[in-house]
Design a protein around this ligand. Structure first.
Ligand code: GLP
Length: 240
């Protein structure tokens, strides 16, 4: 894993956005794997700025998001579909038909999760995957457990994740108890991975990741087995 330590969140976002833009410039019809959460918002803002300045063109880009709450309607302002539209897609020239977020309204989750994976495969796989990380080491919604899933699946959220994510909801009772997420196998199939980590609250998990072994108790530790992972963090997360 390569590590880039940035001065602060703004610099981390600029560095990440330039790497994403570089991917789009090198391969205009690339497949991006996208993440939600507060971490990548600055990266998305920077990508919007690069687009507005005519430096990057998203018209042929295809995207697949990692995860979505379940159940949730795409119109719900806490859904990850709403987040992506609001924070990125509505502000760039990506064709919305080429943007994919797992449906939080799946009637037949098993079949639809399988279909999601097939769509990614048929698109040629993910060229560049952006990831954030949970304080407990989750990536997507692959929570620490005795075993992890390779493919897209429905999962129960841990109490920790429900509590941490409740800050975005009116009350903790409104946080969905389940989610749909790409599995570790899907994530590790991405050709390149950018993992963004910022803030003091992520310091412990960053160092666990850098210094620890691969374990299902820290799902992000599986990234150590991937050949092309770049961690971009800020000084607050890394420590002085
Ligand atoms: C969420 C998402 C993850 C995200 C993580 C961190 O629950 N499912 O994809 O990376 O938690 O979120 P944040 O960036 O807000 O700290």
């Amino acid at each position: 894993m390569k590590l880039i330590v940035c001065e602060n969140y703004a610099e981390m976002s600029r560095v990440a956005a330039r790497m994403v833009a570089g991917q789009v410039i090198a391969k205009p019809d690339c497949v991006l794997g996208l993440a939600t959460g507060s971490t990548p918002i600055g990266t998305y803002q920077e990508l919007i700025r690069l687009y507005e300045n005519g430096l990057v063109d998203f018209k042929d880009v295809v995207s697949y998001n990692l995860d979505e709450y379940y159940p949730i309607s795409p119109e719900n302002d806490q859904s990850y579909r709403y987040f992506m539209n609001h924070n990125l897609f509505d502000h760039i020239n990506i064709d919305k038909n080429n943007t994919h977020v797992p449906s939080g309204e799946m009637a037949d989750p098993d079949a639809e999760c399988k279909k999601y994976d097939e769509m990614v495969e048929n698109a040629g796989g993910i060229d560049l995957q952006i990831l954030g990380i949970g304080q407990n080491g989750h990536i997507g919604f692959n929570e620490p457990d005795d075993f992890l899933y390779a493919e897209t699946h429905v999962t129960d959220l841990t109490e920790n994740t429900i509590a941490v994510n409740s800050r975005f909801f009116a009350s903790i009772d409104e946080v969905p108890k389940q989610a749909i997420t790409m599995g570790l196998g899907n994530i590790l199939k991405a050709k390149k991975i950018l993992l963004l980590i910022n803030g003091k609250a992520k310091s412990a998990i960053l160092h666990t990741l850098l210094e620890g072994n691969i374990t299902t108790r820290v799902p992000a530790s599986f990234l150590k087995a991937h050949a092309d992972v770049t961690i971009i963090c800020d000084k607050e997360a890394y420590g002085e």
